[in-house]
Design a protein around this ligand. Structure first.
Ligand code: CTP
Length: 206
């Protein structure tokens, strides 16, 4: 089966030297891609900028921006499963081709909303059979994550409380939320979460 995984942040340039982006090391998304590859899936990983190395036998595509990520995800279809784990920047600043210089007051930057990759693929004519996203929340975790599941028309959400420091660490605590169940997966390593997700996916397609 073919799986597309997105991981890492996206970087949205402000000018040739500056950017905005979300905090993400890419570790959890890469761990998921690796676990799927080891379980025999054909994996395409579409990654924003990270310090992580390519994964053996995984088709790697590296991008910078949300718009580039959406194009590459669409190019990777058809697929049986998509796991949108990237921390996509929600807004792109208006780009200045020249470096913005200091000294003329605080810059006024206008932003436009980026495409929502998970939502776009959930409603795509080539929608994979299983569409999985995450929800990074700092409050009302289950309530907000369940709302996201419906708003983005995906099948499963892994909900993550990011009010504690999870970025760049090797541990994570997620909840699996589907239309029919909610499970607390407790704190475990990112590699263990990846294994548990693979087991859940195998079970779903059995
Ligand atoms: N996502 C996406 N494209 C975006 C924003 C988010 O594909 N432009 C995906 C993420 O990969 C994740 C899910 O949507 O699977 C939820 O991301 P999250 O950052 O929790 O939520 P947002 O949609 O950004 O909503 P908000 O910031 O309002 O919580």
């Amino acid at each position: 089966m073919k799986v597309v995984v997105t991981a890492g942040p996206t970087h949205e340039p402000i000018d040739p030297v500056r950017l905005i982006g979300n905090r993400s090391s890419g570790k959890q998304g890469y761990a998921i891609a690796k676990a799927l590859q080891e379980a025999g899936y054909n994996v395409s990983l579409i990654s924003g900028p990270t310090c992580l190395k390519d994964i053996n036998a995984v088709k790697m595509t590296r991008i910078e921006t949300a718009k580039q990520m959406l194009i590459e995800v669409q190019n990777a279809l058809p697929a049986d499963i998509i796991i949108c784990w990237a921390a996509v920047a929600d807004w792109a600043p208006e780009y200045s081709p020249q470096k913005i210089k200091k000294g003329s007051g605080d810059p006024q930057i206008t932003f436009t909303e980026n495409p929502d990759i998970l939502k776009t693929i959930s409603n795509h004519k080539q929608r994979p059979k299983l569409v999985i996203g995450f929800a990074a929340e700092t409050q009302n975790l289950i309530e907000n994550a369940t709302a996201k599941l419906h708003k983005k028309s995906c099948d499963w959400i892994l909900a993550n409380d990011v009010s504690e420091n999870v970025f760049g660490t090797d541990e994570n605590h997620v909840y699996l939320i589907t239309k029919s169940k909610q499970e607390d997966w407790r704190a475990m390593s990112k590699a263990e979460i990846a294994q548990k997700l693979v087991a859940e996916i195998k079970d779903y397609f059995k």
